[in-house]
Design a protein around this ligand. Structure first.
Ligand SMILES: C[S@@+](CC[C@H](N)C(=O)[O-])C[C@H]1O[C@@H](n2cnc3c(N)ncnc32)[C@H](O)[C@@H]1O
Length: 340
């Protein structure tokens, strides 16, 4: 997938003043700080104007891709649900709002909550270039998510790549506050690492106990059946611009963003038979599928060429595809959606 043209252009514009070499140095330093783990107490990884430009150059396309892919899974499971309002907590430069507007073009209003003033300024600069009124006229609120705030319920609530930046003992209270502000669906996205998945798994358990239903990716409301060092995640391929390649110092024209997520709703979606949770292995006479299913938990299935109808259906499946109930057609994921 590509970033929407107007977001790509707005990002290029916002980054034009800084030489690519300088952005690369700042991005490398920022990446070291991220890898070192938790941010300084009361602080955030990216604070200065340069940090934020480097963050946007390197990470915005990837986190956009993850939000877009996760929200498409929500739309697929709730085809009749149209959120009118969005609240994004730890919004950064407003990335998830752009993704939500691409998935639901009729989104009418967005509220973005963020602590860093420079991040808000950068996000507002991007939003000024948007045609969508939900993006253009978004309300930005500068506050600490762990402090005192009160925000009315919104149809769609997102917190994307944020939980891991908050102190672990505060996660449960933070998620409870988000759920209280969720009129429809709460989407939590984290990096597709074992640690990111562990946070998602715990968040999902907490929200199930609060009465939420799982919209995606799990095809059920039971505890996650994954054990040992197995972790549930997905992958979205996104194109890299020239500047992105310069700043990252690579030649590849794309990158694959791995992410873990949970979309939890007030209403239960229609049932499905399962979801493909790994890249399907297409062999000569058969296709191996790893599935998560409501009936049997994790399941490995081999579909042989002899079973013509199922084989034809299995050929269209991608990592992340759902298996609809038996009498419906499987809906293939976007061509380049799932990459290893
Ligand atoms: C990794 S960025 C993710 C940004 C955006 N959600 C995305 O997906 O691209 C994390 C964001 O959370 C914000 N953040 C972290 N801790 C925060 C806090 N306690 N209060 C408000 N914002 C916070 C950071 O400033 C940063 O913009």
């Amino acid at each position: 997938m590509e970033l929407p043209g107007e977001l790509r252009a707005a990002l290029d514009d916002a980054l034009a003043a800084l030489p690519a070499k300088r952005l690369a140095t700042v991005a490398a330093d920022l990446s070291l700080r991220y890898r070192a783990g938790t941010p300084p107490p009361g602080g955030t990884f990216a604070r200065s104007r340069e940090d934020i430009a480097a963050y946007a150059a390197v990470r915005l396309p990837a986190t956009y891709a993850a939000s877009y892919a996760a929200l498409r899974q929500v739309r697929e499971r709730l085809p009749d649900w149209e959120p009118a309002t969005l609240a994004d907590f730890g919004a950064g430069p407003g990335t998830a709002m752009w993704a939500a507007s691409a998935v639901w073009p009729d989104l009418a209003h967005s509220t973005l909550v963020e602590r860093e003033a420079e991040m808000i300024a950068f996000g507002q600069r991007l939003a000024a270039e948007a045609q969508s009124s939900a993006i253009h006229a978004a309300t930005w609120i500068k506050t600490d998510l762990l402090g005192t705030w009160d925000i009315a319920p919104h149809d769609l609530v997102i917190t994307s790549y944020v939980l891991g930046e908050l102190p672990e003992p505060q996660h449960a209270a933070f998620l409870q506050r988000l759920w209280e502000r969720t009129a429809g669906t709460l989407v939590i996205i984290e990096p597709g690492t074992p640690a990111g998945f562990a946070r998602i798994r715990q968040a999902r358990l907490q929200l199930l106990a609060a009465g939420a239903h799982t919209v995606a990716p799990c095809p059920h409301d039971q505890p996650c059946p994954m054990v040992d060092d197995n972790w549930c995640h997905f992958s979205q391929r996104v194109a890299r611009s020239r500047l992105h390649r310069q700043v990252k110092g690579g030649d590849l024209g794309f990158e694959d963003e791995k992410f873990a997520f949970a979309a939890m709703a007030r209403l239960a979606p229609e049932p499905i038979r399962g979801r493909v949770i790994r890249h399907p292995q297409v062999q000569k006479g058969h296709i191996d599928l790893e599935l998560c299913t409501p009936a049997d938990g994790l399941q490995r299935t081999v579909v042989t060429r002899k079973d013509r109808a199922r084989f034809r259906q299995a050929r269209d499946l991608r990592w992340g595809s759902i298996l609809p109930m038996a009498d419906e057609q499987a809906e293939p994921a976007e061509e380049d959606d799932a990459a290893d």
